[in-house]
Design a protein around this ligand. Structure first.
Ligand SMILES: NC(=O)c1ccc[n+]([C@@H]2O[C@H](COP(=O)([O-])OP(=O)(O)OC[C@H]3O[C@@H](n4cnc5c(N)ncnc54)[C@H](OP(=O)(O)O)[C@@H]3O)[C@@H](O)[C@H]2O)c1
Length: 357
């Protein structure tokens, strides 16, 4: 087997909740090599001094000593790919500048997710949507391009809906979320608001989750994504959990299904990353637990062969009739819901020749 080439990586928003997840994951990566860290207020400081580090294991010493640069294209000179973990309002302009300057950007921010010519990637579901990058470059006259990854809440949900749509024709999904604190970034939700409490509102989240899932699950034909027709009703809640978004799903299907058949469809689901054996692809994108009281965030958010990259599902049962399924799902919001899916997208791009040679 040929050894993969080294792919040089720059990271925008390195000190944030998602940025830190990249710093936590990338030093162990077989060929993605972090070369440049960029930020706003942290620019000019050593990363280890600028960051409020959130993980128990120490910062990689090389990263800790790296000086954070200003978020401009010159800072990423020589890099093959730029990951962006910027706030959306900053990302809109900054990511465009990087793409204009010739960089391939993979963004966590919502700024460009719903642009018609920008792929919104979960590689297990829609690897073929990467083809939009070529038409995006042509249309916008850019040398580079932008690909995006979804909102952390929609990621696990879309992964579970994909096999249910393909095998049983899921046509309506009613979802209630219990979302972790790290989903709001750092410092995020004030402790006095969330201690001993649940907040039944997350601004713009419900609209985002529904629209993005329909795009991710849509079909690409003649350079245009036709959104999935699935109807969705979403209720989002913030709960006092640090990491791991839990969601209950009620799905109406086009045909009769037993819970066992639904479980089998979920646990046998595989995608292009598994076929290509990409380094960050979990063996099982969806893990099904049979116990009555799983999944649970503290116990299951790091499950699987690549910790945090599998969606864990449990409590699979029929709803009001044999044409409906209810279940509980859990996905790690800063791994599968953010940095992990972006890294997997970069691996797919490299494998399919989108990052040049
Ligand atoms: N948290 C999640 O679970 C999650 C999941 C999926 C997607 N997302 C999305 O990912 C993005 C990052 O989220 P987060 O939770 O990591 O946010 P965060 O903790 O608030 O971090 C924001 C980062 O952006 C940098 N930044 C802010 N203003 C900047 C500017 N003007 N120029 C350059 N850098 C600037 C900050 O760096 P300085 O400290 O240097 O200013 C910081 O590193 C957001 O778009 C969010 O919606 C988050």
């Amino acid at each position: 087997m040929t050894r993969p080439r080294e792919v040089k990586v720059a990271l925008l928003g390195a000190t944030g909740a998602v940025g830190q997840r990249y710093i936590n994951m990338l030093p162990r990566h077989p060929y993605l090599h972090l070369e440049a860290l960029m930020g706003g207020e942290s620019a000019g400081k050593k990363y280890g001094e600028a960051v409020h580090w959130l993980f128990p294991d120490p910062i990689d010493p090389e990263m800790a000593g790296t000086v954070v640069k200003r978020a401009k294209p010159e800072s990423a000179k020589g890099c093959d790919i730029v990951f962006s973990a910027l706030p959306s309002e900053v990302a809109a302009e900054v990511e465009t500048k990087f793409a204009e300057a010739g960089f391939t950007v993979v963004s966590e921010a919502s700024a460009h997710r719903m642009d018609a010519d920008v792929p919104l990637m979960i590689p297990e579901i829609n690897a073929e949507h990467l083809a939009l990058l070529e038409s995006q470059k042509r249309k916008r006259g850019w040398k580079g391009a932008i690909a995006t990854t979804p909102n952390c809440t929609g990621t696990g949900l879309s992964m579970v809906l994909k096999p249910l749509i393909d095998q049983f024709g899921a046509k309506r999904a009613i979802v209630t979320t219990m979302q972790a604190l790290s989903g709001a970034g750092f410092p995020g939700v004030p402790s006095l608001s969330i201690q001993e409490n649940v907040i039944p509102y997350i601004k713009n989240e419900e609209e985002k989750v529904a629209a993005e899932a329909k795009k991710i699950l849509g079909t690409l034909s003649n350079g245009v994504i036709k959104p999935s027709p699935i109807a969705m009703g979403i209720s989002c809640n913030r709960v006092a959990v640090i990491d791991g978004h839990m969601e209950t799903l009620y799905a109406d299907l086009s045909q009769e299904v037993t819970p066992r058949a639904a479980e089998k469809s979920l646990e046998t689901f595989r995608g292009e990353p598994q076929r290509l054996k990409l380094p960050t692809a979990p063996d099982h994108p969806i893990i099904v637990r049979k116990e009555d009281d799983r999944p649970q965030p503290r116990l299951d958010r790091l499950a699987g062969s690549v910790p945090g990259m599998s969606v864990v599902v449990g409590r699979v049962r029929n709803g009001i009739d044999g044409r409906s399924i209810q279940l509980t799902l859990l996905s790690h919001n800063t791994i599968r819901g953010a940095a992990g899916t972006a890294i997997l997208t970069a691996e797919l791009m490299e494998s399919e020749g989108y990052l040049g040679t």
